[in-house]
Design a protein around this ligand. Sequence first.
Ligand SMILES: NC(=O)c1ccc[n+]([C@@H]2O[C@H](COP(=O)([O-])OP(=O)(O)OC[C@H]3O[C@@H](n4cnc5c(N)ncnc54)[C@H](OP(=O)(O)O)[C@@H]3O)[C@@H](O)[C@H]2O)c1
Length: 317
Amino acid sequence: MVTAVQFLSGVGALFCASQLFRFARFVWVYCLRPSSIGKYLHGPAPYALITGASDGIGKALAKELYDKGFNIIIHGRSEEKTKKVAEELRARGNQDVQYFLASVDQPDIDFAKLVEPFKNLNITFVVNNVGGGGNRVGRIDDYSEDNLMKDLRVNMLFAFNFTRSLLPILRKAAPAQCLFIGSQGAEIRIPRLYTYAPPKYFLKQLTRCLSCDERWWAPSNVSFAYVTVGTVVTNAMRTTPHLFNPTSERFAKALVARVGCAEDEYTAWMPHAIQMWFMKLLGDSFIESYAAPTMKGILEARAGYADVDIANMKKTA
Ligand SMILES: NC(=O)c1ccc[n+]([C@@H]2O[C@H](COP(=O)([O-])OP(=O)(O)OC[C@H]3O[C@@H](n4cnc5c(N)ncnc54)[C@H](OP(=O)(O)O)[C@@H]3O)[C@@H](O)[C@H]2O)c1
């Protein structure tokens, strides 16, 4: 017969063991484990493709992956900006650098045509990075459906359709990996993120579904991973760099260092992982009470919102 004390001791021991295991895994992932990026540097000319690479995290990732030895394909919307990044990359060495343009908020993208130039390339690593623009001032019903759909295309639908069109190319190049860039915003409650946080959550679940699809019945050796991202200093997030707010260059290095560290979901920057752990510990309601005024401050600070009723955070014009 097990006494209450023995039962509680057993539960306590199991809890401590699970926490020890978590801690050991944390140290392994962030301090000891070598990156698996080399696994995707195979074949005569391996390519990495990064969307939204004319600026910010995407641009820094393109540089990091170029320096690891990949040929690079970058995506942007402005020819001038994207070409400039391509030239900066070419100046780093001898690998091939290509770029393509697409305004991903548009409804009429021909995805088959978009990937056509790449169908004979050995694309082994893809980062679905393009995203942003989700900090809405008004409530969801202050905007037209057309207006809201633009954000959903940028943050979710482009990655969905683009990945679908690229998959046959990735299967030919396998082993290949496709990343989706996510956000801490998808894990917590923050007002006015209705066109940003739900799409990121969608990408997270899409990652799991596609991972399963490519593993079962006809395994293809194409893997997927969703990367949770906290604040990173970019033009879209102008803030002071510090431990919890890395520059895009430091973040890109961390992201590449973490490749392969988890089955299909991870946080690339260690301090962001600690942040997430604390957030979960503090609970949704506490985080919401902190995040809501912070978001109000961010929206107030943004230029060009003279037409906003700040007290109600409502567009008045
Ligand atoms: N920075 C952060 O704190 C943070 C936090 C969490 C998650 N993230 C995620 O990280 C990713 C990159 O963010 P970032 O901070 O690096 O942003 P960023 O500096 O604004 O760069 C975004 C990239 O996407 C492109 N882009 C944006 N809208 C587009 C459109 N409609 N059509 C075509 N291209 C478009 C931009 O092109 P242009 O150069 O022409 O603008 C740029 O290349 C996003 O998915 C974002 O959600 C960032």
